[in-house]
Design a protein around this ligand. Sequence first.
Ligand code: UTP
Length: 291
Amino acid sequence: MMASRVRKAVLPVAGLGTRFLPVTKAVPKEMLPICDRPGIELIVAEAVEAGLTELILVVARGKEAIVDYFHRSPALEAHLEATGKLELAREVRRVGELATVMTMRQEEALGLGHAVRTAAAAVGDDDFAVLLGDDVIDAAQPAIGQLLDVHAERGGCVVALMPVPPDQTNRYGVIGGERVGERLTHIAVMVEKPPPAEAPSNLSIVGRYVLPGRIMRILAQTKPGRGGEIQLTDALAVLAAEGQAWGLEFEGERFDTGNVLGLLRANLHYALKRPELADGVRALLQEFEGR
Ligand code: UTP
């Protein structure tokens, strides 16, 4: 397996989070907790574990809390140390040092493609990874690392794929192509949110991508598509038409933390993995059964 040379990751967290209103009026959805940490921390940790060392957060007005979270808080650390809460002080410091992040600001929520394009000056000509702030994936090998391995061998763009129930294709970017491995597809077409009758398959793109630097030039030419937004899928479709797109059905479990039930499901999953919480969660599940 070739080691990936990709070091940059773009994390677009500038969306409005309408599926989570009203809380997202004042709190970024990426900061909603999975147990005791914001979902975005799990995604940043995934990137770091996969060797991505230069993280670019694409933020918007009202998303400052996300940026603060990944910086140090010396006053808080000092207070915790002075009051003997050394364990907590270490944890707070660890999160502040998890990654070096730079931020770019998307002035208007014009779509995911536009958000990625906002990072162009920070990305330059380099190939880069994209991790969406509301797709949490629990995997033995980081999902983005699995994609980076494919990219090191094949180049082009690599997207994460997941089969979805056929009646849900209208919520995702959907691909069609030729299967070239147990989990790998050479993508021929990509369609953003097709109604089931128009979907080329039920293999849908979820929030992990490895992209070539030149996608920025393609995005600069991409016109608004479905919903009037500049769609990343439309730019990727250009690469697919050139035979330069691959899709990997990654190994791992994905949680859509951008809606209420998805976040609840993620909370149950991660709580059951924590020895100090698992028994309590099982007791709760029993208590609520049949209500
Ligand atoms: P979503 O459509 O899931 O996020 O976009 P949203 O727009 O925040 O949420 P809803 O649908 O209104 O509830 C996928 C990802 O793209 C980012 C979002 O933050 C999310 O991580 N995004 C989307 C941007 O950064 N900018 C945009 O203009 C749109």
